[in-house]
Design a protein around this ligand. Structure first.
Ligand code: FPP
Length: 247
């Protein structure tokens, strides 16, 4: 069945969508192109999804752009990805700002190359007052690293007598994550057919609905996004309880 914009607009929208932008390398290989060409088309796919997110009125989008494990890739690919991020910001920052997008890097960005770091900081600073869409860009991000970072910060607060151990609960813990103050993703989209989470948002996806597709990220279009949302809207989210359809 072909899902239309009208159909999904009639039902409650997810507030927060997270995407693992995977399959760029395979897409390029399939076309006899260098891997970086796949990443380049992947950036275009990201732009079209930001436009679609805006059309739908969804407030939070988190995309996995570079993991803590991606440093293991050949240096040319790593440098190429860093350069693509700089190009993306140069080309799109005015558009993003006009649309009210807040560019919010999540991850340890201090390890990025100097030029990329400066550009990301520039984008973050320029858009920090925007509230229409929050675009979390996971850069040198790892879910385990994020949880350890939060744990260390909480320990420090306890040592300094600013937080009592008995007051640590899920809400307090969440407030030490990069996504502090944001709702958890309702929907996690995983292109390229892989059946793994790849160290992405380990804490935040506890109750996210997964939508897995064989489509490779550079081929991912707004129609695929609509399909994912339609299926999400037709699921019964039970959060460990019985849910509406069973009670
Ligand atoms: C995974 O595909 C993708 C990445 C490691 C990078 C994703 C980055 C972008 C789409 C562009 C940069 C982002 C911004 C925000 C401008 P893969 O290389 O693992 O694909 P494969 O599994 O087919 O080899």
């Amino acid at each position: 069945m072909k899902v239309t914009l009208e159909a999904i607009k009639q039902r409650p929208m997810p507030q927060h969508i997270a995407i693992i932008m995977d399959g760029n390398g395979r897409w390029a290989k399939g076309k006899g192109m260098p891997r970086l060409a796949g990443h380049r088309v992947g950036v275009q796919a990201l732009k079209s999804i930001i436009i679609a997110i805006d059309e739908l009125g969804i407030q939070y989008l988190t995309v996995y752009a570079f993991s803590t494990e991606n440093w293991k890739r050949p240096i040319d690919e790593v440098n190429g990805l860093m350069e693509l991020m700089v190009e993306f910001i140069d080309k799109e920052i005015d558009y993003l700002h006009e649309k009210g997008v807040r560019v919010n890097p999540i991850g340890d960005i201090s390890r990025l190359t100097g030029k990329t770091y400066d550009k990301i900081m520039f984008a973050q600073e320029k858009t920090k007052g925007n509230t229409h869409i929050v675009l979390n860009v996971a850069l040198n991000y790892g879910g385990r690293q994020e949880i350890i970072r939060a744990t260390k910060a909480i320990c420090e607060e306890v040592v300094q007598n600013r937080l009592r151990v008995e007051d640590i609960d899920e809400t307090v813990f969440s407030s030490y994550l990069y996504t502090n103050g944001q709702p958890d993703p309702d929907l996690l989209i995983r292109p390229s057919g892989e059946l793994r989470v790849s160290n992405f948002l380990l804490w935040q996806i506890a109750y996210s609905e997964f939508w897995i597709t064989n489509i490779l990220w550079p081929d991912f279009s707004k129609e695929h996004l609509w399909q994912a949302i339609w299926e999400f809207q037709n699921r019964d989210r039970r959060y460990g309880g019985l849910g509406e359809k069973r009670s």
